[in-house]
Ligand binder design. Structure first.
Ligand SMILES: *Cc1c(COP(=O)(O)O)cnc(C)c1O
Length: 377
């Protein structure tokens, strides 16, 4: 699905020497590279505070802890996402409220959101799924009306732009009270191990969170709150400092592959190609979709056959996600009603994600699309 080796080879000498520098410096934890990366990412995102941490799941958990959410508070998120989002809500003994998504963008459905709000609701967690932002303009409006926090799960959309109707452009993860991301190797900005970060424009909240990631310490050996140990290590930060300046180029390479796929599948009835919320299809100029995944919908009932056919032809492909969260053993709840998950229940039977990365040559893309077209003919 990804070509991490090909990507590494292009930047090998810089990466290798940066890793050796960290080893020789012996500043393995909270070294200058971590602080440097924090500043670099604050500049790139145009956000006041970045707090690096150990992974994207921790980032979500610590973001929620920082906001002071308490047992029983309801937190609304989507049914169609990776489980990390709902997992941390449950771990913190908050009450997850799963809602349906839009069938075109795979992102949070606004009617479902409005319907799910109760007096106990405290926060909304939109997930910018597959690389494009949820409808943040409306989500922020709804949140403001009901005095709710917004935590953006940006694990799949770092680098994506979101354009408001007045023309203002903001980076994914910088619009809500808190944004979180993951530097898992296969994410759009991946390190060579685990990593994550929390973003916020609220300086007081940033201060709270900085202590929380470090055992609740604001002064050495004085523990004011119950915290966790969640750090980005210096080697990962050094790697990320080299990759961050390449992120826009990486996003463009992904979009290029997405356009190739879209063109190939344009007139095929049984294939529904991804839509971008802002530009309809995929525009050539803006950065509103960064294609963490390129996800088709196969509408003729042959998704599973196609999935197997591609595997038989050595073409990686995957079903993200095969089971909706509300049907997972860990998260089932009698509060949920199947009719409220009509879109998710349909998507799990039709979605198919194709290989997506930064290192394609046209021949590979042509082979993938031809294999699919021949099969569906
Ligand atoms: C990857 C991912 C996470 C978790 O990130 P980790 O770094 O693997 O903990 C959370 N949410 C979404 C939507 C993800 O895709």
């Amino acid at each position: 699905m990804v070509d991490l080796k090909g990507q590494y080879e292009k930047i090998k000498s810089e990466i290798d020497s940066s890793i050796i520098n960290v080893i020789e410096s012996t500043a393995y934890i909270n070294g200058p590279e971590v602080h440097g990366f924090q500043k670099d990412l604050e500049n790139y995102l145009d956000v006041k505070n970045v707090i690096p941490c150990a992974n994207g799941t921790d980032a979500l958990q610590i973001g929620m802890m920082g906001l002071g959410l308490e047992q029983g508070d309801e937190v609304i998120t989507v049914d169609f996402t990776f489980a990390a989002t709902v997992e941390v809500i449950a771990l913190l003994k908050l009450t997850p409220v799963l809602i349906d998504v839009e069938k075109d963008t795979f992102n949070m459905d606004l009617d479902a959101l409005k319907k799910a709000i109760t007096p106990k609701t405290k926060a909304i967690v939109p997930v910018h799924l597959f690389g494009q932002c949820a409808n943040m303009e409306e989500i922020l409006k709804i949140a403001k009306e009901h005095d709710l926090y917004v935590i953006e799960d940006t694990a799949q959309a770092i680098g994506a732009d979101y354009t408001f109707s007045d023309g203002t452009v903001k980076k994914a993860g910088t619009m809500g009270h808190v944004g979180t991301t993951s530097f898992f190797p296969s994410k759009n900005l991946g390190c060579y191990g685990d990593g994550g970060a929390i973003f916020t424009n609220d300086d007081d909240l940033a201060h709270t969170i900085r202590g929380m990631v470090n055992h609740g310490m604001y002064r050495r050996y004085y523990h004011d709150v119950v915290g966790v140990n969640s750090r980005l290590d210096s080697i990962q930060a050094a790697i990320l400092r080299i990759k961050l300046p390449l992120l826009d180029e990486y996003c463009e390479a992904r979009r290029h592959a997405a356009r190739f796929y879209n063109n190939a599948f344009e007139n095929i009835n049984s294939i529904i190609t991804p839509t971008s919320q802002k530009c309809g299809s995929i525009c050539d100029t803006c950065n509103c979709h960064v294609f963490h995944q390129y996800t088709l919908k196969i509408s003729n009932g042959r998704r599973d056959e196609l999935h197997q056919h591609l595997l038989d032809n050595n073409i990686p492909n995957a079903i993200y996600y095969p089971v909706p969260l509300h049907s997972q053993k860990a998260y089932e709840d009698e509060r949920y009603n199947e009719v409220d998950f009509a879109v998710t229940n349909e998507l799990i039977g039709t979605v198919l994600s194709l290989p997506m990365h930064t290192e394609f040559d046209e021949e590979q893309l042509a082979f993938i699309t031809k294999t699919i077209l021949d099969f569906l003919k």
